[in-house]
Design a protein around this ligand. Structure first.
Ligand code: MN
Length: 128
């Protein structure tokens, strides 16, 4: 048994190529004996979100603080509060982030999943 705590693991600024806004990402390296399972703690400042992207496998977003806003292509913008899990299937085009007025944090649990990045989420798309 091991406990993985984000503090002290080296928070990286969010890559401006793939995110709009500010925040941090902590790689929970070695979280699982299975190297195909990866966990990242992502903290978003208000208004910050990923670009549109897909994953080759399942991604679970465990909302741990605040409220996350997210959208699958062709569906309405949705929100999920801390304690919720958003499950994203392989190949689903989507984005995720904070709400406009408050910060939010989620743990992204990627299961046999790599990420392909596409366009930035416009303010119009983000606002729903
Ligand atoms: Mn995702």
């Amino acid at each position: 048994m091991k406990v993985f705590i984000p503090a002290g693991r080296g928070a990286e600024p969010l890559d401006p190529a793939n995110f709009t806004g500010l925040g941090t990402l902590v790689r929970m390296v070695g979280v699982c004996e299975n190297p195909a399972i990866n966990a990242y703690t992502v903290s978003f400042e208000p208004g910050t979100r990923t670009a549109w992207h897909t994953h080759t496998g399942t991604q679970l977003l465990l909302v741990t603080a605040g409220t996350c806003r997210f959208q699958e292509e062709g569906e309405p913008v949705q929100e999920a509060t801390a304690g919720s899990i958003v499950s994203i299937g392989p190949g689903e085009l989507h984005w995720h982030g904070a709400t406009p007025d408050a910060p939010a944090t989620h743990v992204a649990l990627n299961i046999e999943a790599t990420t392909d990045w596409f366009e930035k989420v416009t303010d119009g798309q983000y606002g729903g």
